[in-house]
Design a protein around this ligand. Structure first.
Ligand code: SF4
Length: 317
């Protein structure tokens, strides 16, 4: 974004200098010329602002190195929105706290049908060059399952990928709040891998940490929904992501860890990812959990587990 602004400001500066030089040299500076000079600049400025706005609708960004997914190409289906659109307002959210205008019900649906062509063109252009990606990842500026045409978008990505003979898996991030909706589950199952959030397993911690919209079901129902998803789509890879945070509000208490262990046992995901904040969170009261503490937490969760064959838990720094 800063690069785009710098590019445009440089353009305005160069444009002003060249016009100014021309008028000074020809010694025809009168008020009419200055007026038209001013009008031209205003018009150019408006065009550039529009251009910046269109540029902001990136939808696709990267590739970038993701600590959990490797070399990843990001697909942000909510990029056209001014605010992050999410059913949660997590206290640690790295994009910042959820604006009331973007704080959404689980029943809200947003269509991005008019952007399909743009997404297809951009994706084709990028994938022609970037063929060694580890993941094409849907997520980022909020909760992607709120997109009504998510199934069409996944088909579109698959079509582009398959036409170019690329084998990169498609992953999707979800905060799990819509997992009770069968239609959404069908859409999620079209991807190769879903990475579903489960930071807490007690309602008290859920409210304190994830601040769910009032329409979001009770955490016990979300856990049951994740289990049903895995039962219904056993071959579709389900990863549970658990963000650990320390500080005045934290999810490191034994009650939460015990319940998380129970939830993992019930859901039987292919993998659990334990990690902590990587970038500065919106509030200084939220502390990063150090790696040695995450190792202790992993051991605790394993000890709480009633299963003989323990769930695969991986730690990410
Ligand atoms: S679910 Fe994700 S995007 Fe939404 S507030 Fe939480 S961390 Fe941010």
């Amino acid at each position: 974004m800063i690069e785009i602004l710098q590019k445009h400001l440089l353009f305005i500066k160069n444009h002003n200098l060249s016009v100014h030089k021309y008028y000074c040299n020809s010694k025809i500076l009168d008020k009419y010329i200055w007026r038209s000079y001013f009008l031209i600049d205003i018009t150019i400025f408006i065009i550039l602002i529009l251009h910046i706005f269109i540029d902001m609708q990136h939808f696709i960004y990267g590739p970038f190195l993701s600590r959990r997914l490797g070399l990843s190409l990001g697909i942000d289906l909510l990029a056209q929105n001014k605010y992050k659109v999410c059913t949660f307002d997590c206290i640690y959210c790295e994009i910042g706290r959820t604006n009331p205008k973007g704080y959404s019900s689980v029943n809200k649906r947003i269509s991005i049908a008019k952007f399909h062509k743009t997404i297809k063109e951009k994706l084709t252009r990028i994938l022609k060059i970037e063929q060694n990606l580890d993941s094409i990842t849907i997520g980022y500026n909020g909760e992607p399952t709120l997109i009504s045409d998510l199934a069409e978008i996944i088909d579109l990505i698959k079509h582009v990928r398959d036409c170019l003979g690329i084998k990169t898996p498609i992953s999707i991030f979800t905060n799990s709040s819509t997992i009770l909706d069968d239609q959404i589950c069908n859409k999620l199952a079209k991807t190769d891998k879903i990475i579903a959030k489960l930071d807490v397993a007690t309602q008290r911690d859920f409210i304190l940490i994830n601040n769910p919209h009032f329409s979001v079901p009770h955490i016990s129902k979300i856990i049951a929904g994740l289990k049903n998803y895995k039962d219904k789509y056993p071959t579709n890879k389900l990863i549970i992501q658990t963000m650990l945070i320390d500080g005045t509000i934290n999810n490191l208490n034994d009650e939460n860890l015990k319940n998380l262990s129970k939830a993992y046992d019930l859901i039987c995901p292919d993998l659990v990812q334990l990690y902590s904040v990587a970038r500065p969170p919106p509030s200084p009261s939220i502390k990063k959990v150090k790696i040695n503490k995450i190792v202790q937490i992993k051991n605790k969760i394993n000890n709480f587990s009633q299963k003989e064959k323990k769930i695969n838990i991986k730690i990410f720094q």
